[in-house]
Design a protein around this ligand. Structure first.
Ligand code: DC
Length: 225
């Protein structure tokens, strides 16, 4: 079904931005507030990177990465009100946030075939529910037709502080460089996205700003939980 037809059935709010910009926290709150399904597309890239690394493949070996893509079964679904991802029936769980996955995920995410497969899975969610989907290219590539697009940013210093508070080793500058400069679907704020710099904002303030924009764009308040 063409995506412009599915958009008539369900709505999608696109939340893009760099790592540790606060987009996950605000996407969770926003989806909860509106009763939409929260889908974190980064988790799909992480699950695939986890599988690649577990198989002993170097994340930078694009040929082996593509071969691996065709050997595995990745399932993206819904359980209760949560989006789920399994690879060959296994949920990688907390390993998705490991330093190894952090170090390898941007490399596998720049491979065209990987993006094609995962973008198709991301679009399928619109057949299921109204969604808040976060990522890097949701407003620019996955759902360019949606009127609801946000780009959540923060300074590199603030983002690094947020990560270190979580006790996670994550070379944000290295990931930013690959995610923003790759040839296919780089991290970019669409011209029609609302850009919010969260460096000096609380999650609640970001949520209020997003809701304000959504209502002005006509998202029906009666649809809230
Ligand atoms: O949002 P995150 O930091 O968990 O994403 C992990 C990586 O996945 C990110 O560094 C690049 C990739 N990614 C992507 O290429 N496109 C998306 N829509 C989401 C994530």
């Amino acid at each position: 079904m063409p995506s412009d037809m599915t958009l008539e059935k369900h709505r999608v709010i696109a939340i893009d931005g760099p790592a540790a910009s606060g987009k996950s926290s605000v996407s969770e709150k926003l989806s909860d507030h509106l009763g939409f399904l929260h889908v974190n597309s980064g988790i799909m890239y992480r699950a695939f990177a986890w599988s690649v690394l577990r198989s002993g493949i170097h994340a930078g070996d694009a040929r082996a990465v593509v071969e691996h893509l065709h050997e595995i079964q990745m399932h993206c679904g819904v359980s209760g009100d949560k989006a789920t991802v399994t690879v060959d029936g296994v949920d990688p769980g907390s390993e998705l946030k490991s330093s190894e996955v952090n170090a390898g995920v941007s490399a596998v995410s720049q491979v065209l075939e990987v993006r094609e497969v995962l973008v198709a899975k991301q679009r399928e969610y619109l057949n299921v529910a109204d969604i808040v989907m976060e990522g890097r290219d949701i407003g620019s590539v996955v759902f360019p037709e949606t009127p609801y697009k946000f780009f959540i940013d923060a300074s590199i210093e603030v983002r690094a502080q947020r990560r270190s508070k979580e006790g996670i080793i994550d070379d944000l500058a290295a990931r930013d460089a690959i995610d923003s400069n790759r040839v296919v679907s780089p991290l970019v704020a669409s011209d029609d996205a609302v850009v919010i710099d969260t460096s000096d904002m609380t999650i609640e303030e970001v949520l209020v700003e997003i809701l304000d924009h959504l209502y002005h764009k006509g998202l029906n308040q009666l649809d809230e939980k």
